[in-house]
Write a protein that binds this ligand. Structure first.
Ligand code: PEP
Length: 246
């Protein structure tokens, strides 16, 4: 069994409501119980529900909380934004940065890098998303795209962040790369950022394929969107993660 935990990061995006957040947090934390030595689950609901998730958890809960974004500035005139320290105050330990849905809305590598620095300074662990588009994949440019996205991250303190390799074409599509391709991309990321970097896979992970994906030697965990919304499938993925046997 692995000495390092297998990460499962549940990204709810703009889904859910307060009752669902509370019941999910309570149930998944309870299911995590016996597996918590081997599996680390991070729940990232919409930011307005982070305090609902906190309120649903018992003292000494194993379920960790995360946000889906933060601002690069620590405070100021940024209407509608949230700072890393505010997220920490609300109960978060993690923040997803550079998700492809945010990059598609204009977020740049420079902004992701600045946000990561601010988040780490505040005490949050960033989960930094990288990955290629379908056209780039078909043109066999995955490593070149990763190189560009990773180059600014090389100065970040090693071990202070997680990377999520998320091919854009795999997100929400039901398609995944082959296991060989996943291992190759993760190995490439480690060759750039250091072999100790924890690299998670994201893109259409679900209860049916989590076991195989999490068993890959280069995969430290998964970032899960749609399939994380249901308690039952999340619990099935926790079971897969706890038995991956590395
Ligand atoms: C994601 O939101 O990052 C994601 C991987 O979504 P899905 O699991 O639905 O593909």
């Amino acid at each position: 069994m692995t000495q390092t935990p297998t990460w499962l990061i549940a990204n709810w995006k703009m889904n859910g409501d307060a009752p669902r957040v509370r019941s999910w947090a309570f149930a998944v934390n309870a299911a995590l119980g016996a597996h918590s030595a081997h599996v680390k689950v991070v729940f990232c609901p919409p930011a307005v529900y982070i305090t609902d998730a906190m309120a649903a958890l018992p003292p000494n809960a194993q379920l960790a909380l995360g946000a889906q974004n933060c601002h690069a500035a620590s405070k100021g005139a940024h209407t509608g934004e949230l700072s890393a320290s505010m997220l920490l105050d609300a109960g978060c330990d993690y923040v997803i940065l550079g998700h492809s849905e945010r990059r598609a809305a204009g977020e740049t590598d420079d902004q992701v890098h600045a946000k990561a620095l601010t988040a780490m300074a505040a005490g949050l662990m960033p989960v930094i998303c990288v990955g290629e588009s379908l056209a780039e994949y078909e043109q066999k440019r995955t490593n070149a795209v990763l190189n560009a996205q990773l180059s600014l991250l090389e100065d970040l303190p090693r071990g202070g962040y997680l990377i999520a390799y998320e091919p854009i074409w795999a997100i929400g599509s039901g398609r995944t790369p082959s296991m060989t391709e996943i291992n190759a991309a993760h190995s490439h990321i480690k060759s750039v950022l250091g072999s100790e970097t924890a690299v998670l896979y994201g893109g259409s992970v679900n209860a049916a394929n989590a076991g195989e994906i999490l068993a890959q030697s280069q995969v430290a965990g998964a970032l899960i969107g749609g399939a994380s919304l249901e308690i039952e499938s999340m619990c099935a993925m926790i079971t897969s993660a706890s038995t991956r046997g590395k």
